[in-house]
Design a protein around this ligand. Structure first.
Ligand code: XIL
Length: 324
């Protein structure tokens, strides 16, 4: 049966996938849809492998939620992208507001990476080792609000990748960020950080995750996305579209806006198809009902191929299918 995943595979990719949120498993036909491998050959836990979930108290690791997703991927025969080890957000308070110094926070970070990666060894296709290191202000500097940057400085990133490489030599190690789908300053920052990781003793990086949270009002061309992917590929990296959604202003949304959204999805898919090192595409959940978009961007939504009733949007679904 032809679906989003089978079409991606026919185009030479490893998968088309979706984020899955533990909160909604077994509600309605949510799990039936995300387990249908014609559409989804890969899943990512939307929240349950983040630090607040896996190490809520120091050195007390809890894998219940993450294991449910990992077991589901195994049962369905889906690849698993594991997300995420080191991020400024969704941290437990003991990390976020604890009193650390350079040495203690490095030890905490290494301990976290090592424990979580060893637990999931053999289960993940890839790990997002570091997520969203740069901010969106002019200059796209290192996020000043990150406890890791504040305490350790920019070395926290290569140190994290060295710890990850030591914990699991087989899984793909990714740096993951948004607004790097265009040749802008943040994209330049990402290239630099990749070079730093590569130069750091014991560290390894296999790929860059382009989150690709896009807006209908800011279309991105196939050529622009392809150029970015080619640049990363020329650095001997894989690339993956890791969190795709294309949102629009829901109030007064018309056929033209939806058409524009669909064509942006098409541009992303064709860019991935164009570039050999693009391994696959993951959408950030599949239904508007549980999308992070409306709760994060006021007035925006309709960003995903299944609507708020978990009904497939034929126009967007077909646009993706056709683009493969
Ligand atoms: C989002 C989840 O989807 C939400 O449920 C949660 O409340 C906040 O985080 N970039 C990322 C993801 O890397 O982890 C984020 O996921 C969306 C933005």
């Amino acid at each position: 049966k032809v679906g989003l995943n089978t079409a991606a595979k026919a185009a030479g990719k490893l998968y088309f996938g979706t984020a899955v949120d533990n909160r909604y498993l077994n509600t309605g036909n949510y799990t039936a849809i995300n387990s249908n491998t014609a559409d989804f050959g890969q899943i990512t836990p939307a929240n349950s492998m983040k630090w607040e979930s896996t190490e809520p108290q120091q050195n007390k690791f809890t894998y219940t939620g993450g294991d449910i997703i990992a077991d589901m991927a195994k049962k369905n025969g889906q690849l698993l992208r594991c997300h995420t080890l080191v991020w400024h957000s969704q941290l437990p308070n003991w990390v976020k507001t604890g009193s650390h110094n350079n040495a203690t926070l490095i030890a905490i970070m290494k301990n976290h990476i090592t424990n979580v990666m060893k637990h999931y060894k053999g289960k993940c296709y890839a790990w997002d080792v570091v997520n969203e290191a740069f901010d969106d202000k002019p200059g796209n500097n290192y996020r000043s609000e990150s406890i890791f940057y504040k305490t350790i400085g920019e070395a926290y990133i290569p140190i994290a990748f060295a710890a990850a490489a030591a914990a699991d030599p087989d899984v793909k190690l990714y740096y993951n960020d948004y607004n790097i789908e265009d040749m802008n300053k943040k994209f330049e920052r990402t290239k630099t950080v990749v070079e730093q990781i590569k130069a750091y003793p014991g560290a390894r990086i296999d790929g860059v995750g382009m989150q690709t949270h896009l807006q209908e009002s800011k279309p991105l061309s196939e050529a622009a996305i392809t150029a970015v992917m080619n640049k990363f590929a020329s650095m001997d990296l894989d690339v993956a579209i890791t969190e795709l959604d294309v949102r629009l202003q829901t109030k007064g949304a018309n056929a033209q806006a939806r058409q524009q959204r669909n064509s942006i999805y098409g541009n992303v898919v064709r860019a991935c198809k164009n570039v050999k090192r693009c391994v696959g595409i993951t959408i950030w959940d599949f239904t508007d009902k549980y999308s992070w978009v409306p709760e994060t961007f006021k007035g925006e939504g309709e960003a995903l191929p299944w609507d708020a009733n978990l009904k497939k949007k034929d126009d967007l679904y077909d646009a993706i299918l056709k683009a493969w």
